[in-house]
Design a protein around this ligand. Structure first.
Ligand code: FES
Ligand code: FES
Length: 212
């Protein structure tokens, strides 16, 4: 046998083997993808299409009177959904751990820290953020008018939270004394520490609300 023939014999099994291997890989890949396609389209009897405990991510939320479809992760907070999924950046994130109240929104008329509320837990409830307070014609809510009239804030980062907390408190006590309102919104902090002027603005808002 010549050297050339020898080398052909030695290469032949490897060559065939490599070709068969590649063919096998392609066939396996096609089988896997077609199996995935079949499973996605029609689950087998008794077989779950998602892991146990998984939650549906595409949900409908009632925000500021509108039904909003939104893709929400299982561990996502309402503040994140409002700000980064729905573009409602009036809700502020200060501490992000239930200490400052900057993220306060109304859930079924009750003030809540949205940084510490899972979005999935508000399905079927009414969420109102600062953007939802004004009337359809743009007329500001009386509490917002009180803020404008009294100029009660310095940087105003905390302002949406204070307004939402006050609106919620006035729903259960529309005619509070100054100490009562101060206690009612004491879950909100102001880094500029302008509390006296803030309270004056909120009391003015309460008065405007009673007149409305
Ligand atoms: S950001 Fe929610 S309480 Fe501070
Ligand atoms: S006015 Fe600046 S944080 Fe309250």
């Amino acid at each position: 046998m010549t050297d050339q023939e020898n080398s052909r014999v030695e290469e032949a099994p490897n060559d065939v083997s490599r070709r068969n291997f590649i063919k096998g890989e392609i066939a396996a890949g096609a089988a896997v993808s077609s199996a995935a396609y079949v499973f996605r389209g029609s689950p087998l009897l008794g077989q779950q299409t998602s892991a146990p405990g998984a939650v549906e991510r595409l949900i409908t939320l009632n925000v500021n009177g509108q039904e909003r479809r939104v893709d929400v992760m299982k561990q996502e907070t309402l503040a994140m959904t409002l700000r980064y999924k729905l573009g409602l950046t009036g809700t502020k994130l200060g501490c992000d751990r239930a200490e400052c109240g900057a993220c306060t929104v109304l859930i079924d008329d009750i003030p809540r820290y949205s940084c510490s509320t899972l979005t999935h837990s508000v399905r079927g409830k009414r969420v109102v953020s600062i953007e939802g307070l004004a009337a359809a014609d743009g007329t500001l809510h009386p509490v917002q008018q009180g803020v404008v009239a009294e100029q009660g804030f310095q940087c105003a980062f905390c302002m949406p939270g204070f307004v939402m907390a006050t609106v919620g408190f006035l729903k259960v006590n529309p005619n509070p004394t100054r100490p009562q309102l101060a206690h009612g919104i004491s879950g909100n902090l102001c880094r500029c520490q302008d509390y006296d002027k803030i309270l004056t603005a909120m009391m003015h808002g309460a008065e405007l609300m009673r007149r409305a």
